[in-house]
Design a protein around this ligand. Structure first.
Ligand code: B12
Length: 216
């Protein structure tokens, strides 16, 4: 836990950025009891995690701090009301989404944020985890029959995994049955060459795109 992250007024964002797990969990519970939407709580947590990333890049935080930010985020999602909201909020699911981090990439904080937001929007999400091989994506598409496949990645090497996955989905004759959306910081400079239907680093925009596909 760090106590020197300055310049932030929002208590929850600050507590997350300082990796003060006890304060984060207490503030989330307080905000829930005050009737705040879980989605807006999630957005504050996300801003705090982004601050952790910036501090790591400046050399003020270390790998252990990054891992801690992931642990705190996962513990926030375990709070009953947050969990209920992400799993039970919409009884009638809009559609199915298969989600995973691309091959060779172990980063999952951003994927988990996007997955939670998709669940909150009413999608049924099957999360395959990290370092997901293209063959695994294809096998699970055949079983789960999602309408959308989301691939996350932050490492440069993830681009190759994303490209191979889209190619294998196409080779398996499944490309017309799914929309493919890419996300994670690595897509911010454009990844048109991969052949997905969309890409974005903004999870809210990602959710909106997916909802639009169902309304079209
Ligand atoms: C946290 C972190 C880690 C943690 C990951 C913990 C975890 N459980 O995920 C740990 C410590 C394990 C880690 C390990 C490594 N990391 Co690291 N890590 C980061 C860090 C600081 C933050 C990433 C993060 O979680 N950001 C916060 C989330 C919320 O943002 P996000 O991922 O972009 O996700 C958002 C959006 O992109 C979007 N989104 C995400 N996924 C999806 C999917 C879809 C479909 C959609 C629509 C949207 C969407 O929504 C999210 C919410 O806003 C970044 C630096 C940075 N500032 O980004 C480096 C960084 C990504 N890591 C880096 C490196 C080099 C490594 C290591 C190789 C370090 C090492 N020497 O071992 C290993 C790689 C291990 C591996 N094979 O994957 C480099 C990558 C360089 C590159 N481009 O290739 C970075 C950029 C740091 C740097 N500047 O050097 N890392």
């Amino acid at each position: 836990m760090r106590k020197w992250v300055s310049g932030m007024d929002d208590k929850l964002i600050k507590a997350m950025a300082e990796l003060d797990e006890k304060a984060v969990l207490k503030l989330v519970k307080e905000e829930l009891s005050q009737g705040l939407e879980p989605l807006s709580i999630l957005k504050q947590i996300q801003t705090g995690i982004e601050k952790v990333g910036e501090l790591y890049e400046k050399g003020e935080y270390f790998i252990a701090d990054l891992i801690m930010s992931g642990i705190i985020f996962n513990n926030v999602l375990k709070i009953e009301e947050m969990n209920l909201y992400t799993t039970e909020s919409k009884k009638c699911k809009i559609g199915k989404v298969l989600l995973g981090t691309a091959k060779s990439d172990l980063h999952d904080i951003g994927k988990n944020v996007f997955g939670s937001m998709m669940k909150m929007a009413g999608f049924e999400v099957l999360d395959l985890g990290v370092d997901v091989a293209p063959e695994t994506f294809v096998a699970r598409i055949k079983e789960f029959r999602p309408q959308i496949v989301g691939i996350s990645g932050v490492l440069i090497v993830a681009l190759e995994g994303m490209k191979e996955t889209v190619e294998l989905i196409t080779a398996a004759g499944l490309r017309d049955s799914v929309k493919i959306i890419l996300g994670g910081t690595i897509v911010k400079n454009g990844v048109d060459f991969i052949g997905a239907d969309a890409y974005t680093v903004d999870p809210s925009e990602g959710v909106k795109l997916c909802l639009d596909w169902f309304e079209a």
